[in-house]
Design a protein around this ligand. Structure first.
Ligand code: SF4
Ligand code: SF4
Length: 185
C-alpha cells in the first residue's frame, strides 16, 4: 500500500481510540508512567505501515526507527522498532502505546480478540484480579481497541503481524516466568 494510504488508515485508527486510556482517569498518575520509563534500548514495534507516520514532521524528532525481523509461527516478518525518549506528546504515541496493556490477537475463528498483553508485567493494572480490574477500568477503552482492529485487520500484513506478535509475546512471558518461578501463560 502507498504511504499516503497507510497514513490515512492509522489516523483513523488513532481517532477510533481517541483519548481513551485503561482507566477513567490518567493511569500514569498511579504508576509514574511506568510504561514510558524504558532506557535507550527499550521501545515498541510499529504496526505494518505505521512507520510512515514517524518518518517526517515534528513527530520524527521523538523517535529513532530500526528495521527488525520478528519470528512468528510462519515466515519471519519484517517490522520497524521505534525507540522514544520517554517524553513524546500523547498525540504522537504509536499504536502499541495507545493500546497498552492490551494486545489484539486473532482467535481460532479468525476474529479479533483483545487480551491483556502477556508482556505487560510492568503495568500494575494487569496484576489486578479480573473483578478488581473491571471495577476500575473504562470498558470503552477495550471496546475502542476492538473497533480499531476490526477495521485494521482488513489491511495487508496485519493478521500475520498480530499472529507473530502473539507468538513472540507468549515466548517472552514463558521465559520471564521461568526466571520468576511461575509457569502459566
Ligand atoms: S504502566 Fe499501565 S497503569 Fe501505568 S501508565 Fe502504562 S498503561 Fe497506565
Ligand atoms: S512513545 Fe510516548 S507513550 Fe510510548 S513509551 Fe515512549 S513516551 Fe511513552
Amino acid at each position: 500500500m502507498e504511504p499516503k494510504q497507510w497514513s490515512k488508515v492509522y489516523k483513523k485508527v488513532y481517532k477510533i481510540i481517541g483519548k481513551k486510556t485503561p482507566l477513567y482517569g490518567d493511569c500514569g498518575l498511579l504508576c509514574q508512567k511506568a510504561c514510558c520509563q524504558g532506557d535507550s534500548k527499550d521501545g515498541m514495534l510499529l504496526f505494518p505501515g505505521e512507520e510512515v507516520i514517524f518518518m517526517k514532521g515534528p513527530v520524527a524528532s521523538y523517535f529513532s526507527l530500526t528495521p527488525v525481523t520478528i519470528k512468528g509461527t510462519a515466515d519471519p516478518i519484517k517490522a520497524v522498532f521505534a525507540v522514544c525518549n520517554g517524553t513524546c506528546p500523547r498525540k504522537y504515541r504509536p499504536l502499541s502505546c495507545r493500546i497498552f496493556p492490551f494486545l489484539p490477537i486473532i482467535d481460532a475463528s479468525g476474529a479479533v480478540e483483545v487480551i491483556k498483553d502477556p508482556r505487560a508485567s510492568i503495568c500494575p493494572l494487569v496484576h489486578l484480579e479480573e473483578e478488581d480490574f473491571h471495577g476500575v477500568s473504562d470498558p470503552s477503552f477495550k471496546d475502542s481497541i476492538y473497533e480499531a482492529f476490526d477495521y485494521l485487520i482488513q489491511y495487508p500484513g496485519i493478521r500475520e503481524f498480530l499472529d507473530a506478535i502473539y507468538h513472540n509475546a507468549k515466548e517472552v512471558k514463558l521465559i520471564r516466568d521461568l526466571f520468576t518461578g511461575k509457569n502459566s501463560i
